[in-house]
Design a protein around this ligand. Structure first.
Ligand SMILES: CC(C)(COP(=O)(O)OP(=O)(O)OC[C@H]1O[C@@H](n2cnc3c(N)ncnc32)[C@H](O)[C@@H]1OP(=O)(O)O)[C@@H](O)C(=O)NCCC(=O)NCCS
Length: 205
């Protein structure tokens, strides 16, 4: 049976956290890099599931409603409002937790993000206010499912009259950069070690 794109349900949360970790090292398993297996999801997945569940979509194994998640796309229509909401609701309880990440390790970078929060301040946010994250398990890649997930999200954003969407990708993740180019994104800004890409959504309205 073919995998299908479905809406996110709260019961998917644990499986999606697992996918986030298993694909978090430039598409490879980031599990060995982290002592705390939930931190990556707490930064790059959890706030979207909690604060923007209507923009979270799941690729399910083709077994109807009960199909296991094989991948997901999450996002927000308004990055600034989302970052404000994270500052009010998402980061504070995480900041209260006791942690002792290994100095220089992957967890330390994530703990710093949790402590500092995230602020995107760029003039192009007016044109590309939405942003997203997409991750598929290796076995689900290369069959058009990434495109299908992305199309579901950008169609939803366009229906909400969002003018454009951006994302940040590690410059070393050449496969993902190629995927985004093939799905309508173009480079917008080069940052140290990463690339911001963007896609206008007018053509989808
Ligand atoms: C990037 C990712 C979402 C792509 O999903 P996918 O299902 O493999 O991609 P699709 O099969 O839908 O491909 C869509 C198009 O992108 C191209 N593409 C996808 N992966 C590619 C790659 N590694 N190299 C070159 N082109 C690629 C396909 O050839 C296809 O082009 P076409 O439709 O014009 O023929 C998926 O590989 C993934 O989850 N990777 C690991 C996690 C990750 O890196 N996420 C992005 C973090 S910013």
């Amino acid at each position: 049976m073919r995998p299908l794109v479905d809406r996110y349900r709260p019961a998917d949360r644990g499986a999606l956290y697992d996918i986030c970790l298993r694909t978090g090292d430039l598409g490879a398993d980031a599990g060995p890099l982290h002592t705390d297996p939930g931190l990556l999801g707490d930064v790059y997945l959890g706030p979207y599931l909690e604060l923007e569940p209507g923009l979270a979509f799941v690729l399910r194994d083709g077994d109807g409603d009960d199909g296991a998640p094989l991948g997901y796309v999450v996002g927000t229509a308004d990055t600034t409002a989302f970052e404000d909401a994270c500052e009010r609701h998402w980061w504070p309880p995480l900041r209260g937790r006791e942690r002792a990440p290994r100095p220089g390790g992957a967890d330390e970078r994530l703990v710093r993000i949790i402590e500092d929060g995230v602020r995107t301040e760029a003039r192009w946010l007016a044109r590309f206010p939405a942003h997203l994250h997409i991750n598929l398990l290796p076995a689900a890649r290369g069959g058009g499912h990434g495109r299908a997930l992305l199309t579901r999200l950008v169609t939803e954003l366009a229906q909400q009259e969002v003018p454009g969407v951006h994302l940040e990708v590690d410059a070393a993740n050449t496969g993902a950069v190629a995927f985004y180019r093939r799905t309508g994104f173009a480079p917008l800004e080069e940052r140290p070690g990463s690339l911001v890409m963007a896609r206008p959504l007018e053509d989808l309205r």
